[in-house]
Design a protein around this ligand. Structure first.
Ligand SMILES: Cc1cc2nc3c(=O)[nH]c(=O)nc-3n(C[C@H](O)[C@H](O)[C@H](O)COP(=O)(O)OP(=O)(O)OC[C@H]3O[C@@H](n4cnc5c(N)ncnc54)[C@H](O)[C@@H]3O)c2cc1C
Length: 364
């Protein structure tokens, strides 16, 4: 919570209505953490019979307005200017603060990305309110329309609920990868408000010279993840994890100690200080399931644990538990997958005599 000394309460907090979300974009598309804000924001807005207002910035926001509406915003406000093509703190913060004064949203959500964190703290100061950072659960109390912003604390051992009763908007940043991306629908109604502001020269001190493509692993949108932990015993163990991952077209994840030991790079780390993931399948191989690791993967749809310890904490949240040495279990899984793939490819091969068509012959 970023507190403010001597902050004064606004005249009437009842004047503040609706939920507003900042939708960060790049190359004409809303980034995934912004879409996640739409799902949680619209759920909260509709719970208290209010609307969800999305805010987009860019040099050409036509597609962004459409995307935000089709993903579930009831109203989308677009700021369009060549100077807003890339994220720049001062113009973005100034325009968003002015918008807050104009619209008085009860709740403002911003993704806890690097840019989002930068923006949120400035908005909080300008709006004379507080911001609960890096939330993993968000809800609204229908009686007082109070935002219930929850985030892990004390090394993830406790979930703290932080309320902002006296100041508006109630602000939170949300950890990417935790909330769902809503379904996109083309047959929905939404209102748009396109604005073309003139950006003051003094706001443009930072020049964006370009972007280098990310070479790191983005696990947040992975469908399948095979993760290795200290149970691998050595760096080479990740070769086996990779072999299994390749068989099922999965990404490789890791627990933090394996990263600290230099067995694998940090961009593979899952957990509190790594990435938060929610794949269809998460295989935890030789991972005990300490709270800090669970924090980043417990929302996976199907969790498989491979562990020699029947009492490993990870088993408590697993859908399938394999008790055994991963060096015996994983090769058997790989062998079985290959066997099945082979038999499928044999079955699907056309039988020569049935499908062979001689030259000049027409097969009916
Ligand atoms: C502030 C803070 C932040 C943290 N952030 C993170 C984070 O983001 N991500 C993270 O992962 N951790 C994080 N940690 C560390 C976390 O507390 C645990 O120490 C870590 O998750 C444990 O990693 P592990 O499961 O790989 O190792 P261990 O806890 O040592 O577990 C190894 C497991 O392997 C099993 N095993 C051993 N041999 C075999 C075998 N041959 N076959 C099968 N199973 C075997 C064991 O039974 C055991 O369950 C953080 C800690 C702190 C304090």
């Amino acid at each position: 919570m970023v507190g403010l000394i001597n902050a004064e309460a606004p005249e009437s907090i009842d004047d503040y209505k609706n939920v507003m979300v900042f939708l960060e974009s790049r190359d004409g598309k809303i980034k995934r953490p912004g879409l996640e804000m739409i799902s949680v924001g619209s759920r909260m807005a509709h719970k208290v019979n209010e609307i969800l207002i999305g805010v987009v910035f860019g040099d050409n926001v036509g597609q962004l307005l459409k995307e935000a509406g089709e993903y579930g915003c009831d109203k989308v406000i677009g700021y369009e200017s060549p100077d807003l093509k890339d994220f720049r703190t001062i113009p973005y913060a100034t325009l968003l603060s002015d918008l807050i004064s104009e619209f008085k949203p009860n709740i403002l959500l911003i993704p806890a990305t690097r840019n989002g964190r930068d923006l949120a703290s400035r908005i909080a100061v300008r709006s004379r309110t507080g911001v609960t950072a890096d939330c993993t659960e968000l809800d609204v109390d229908p009686d007082g329309r109070i935002l219930q912003a929850r985030r892990p604390t004390y090394g993830e051992s406790t979930l703290a609920e932080i309320l902002c009763r006296k100041h508006r908007p109630q602000m939170a940043t949300a950890r990417p990868g935790i909330f769902e991306v809503p379904e996109r629908k083309s047959d929905v109604r939404y209102e748009t408000d396109l604005r073309k502001p003139k950006i003051k020269k003094e706001y443009l001190k930072k020049e964006v010279v370009g972007f280098k493509p990310k070479t790191t692993v983005d696990l947040t949108s992975a469908k399948y993840i095979v993760s290795g932990g200290l149970g691998l015993g050595k760096a080479k163990g990740f070769d086996l994890i990779k072999e299994l991952a390749d068989e099922i077209e999965a990404y490789v994840g890791a627990s933090r100690p394996t990263v600290d030991l230099g067995w694998i790079t940090r961009d593979h780390q899952v957990g509190q200080t790594g990435q938060s993931v929610r794949p269809q399948l998460y295989m935890a191989c030789g991972i005990s399931g300490k709270a800090q690791h669970l924090m980043g993967m417990k929302l996976s749809q199907n969790i498989v644990s491979i562990n020699i310890d029947p009492d490993a904490e990870i088993n408590g949240i697993s859908d399938y538990i394999i008790i055994g040495d991963l060096y015996e279990v994983i090769p058997k899984i790989i062998e079985e997958i290959r066997k099945r793939k082979n038999s499928v490819s044999k079955d699907s091969k056309p039988k020569k005599d049935e499908n062979e068509v001689k030259e000049g012959e027409v097969k009916t």
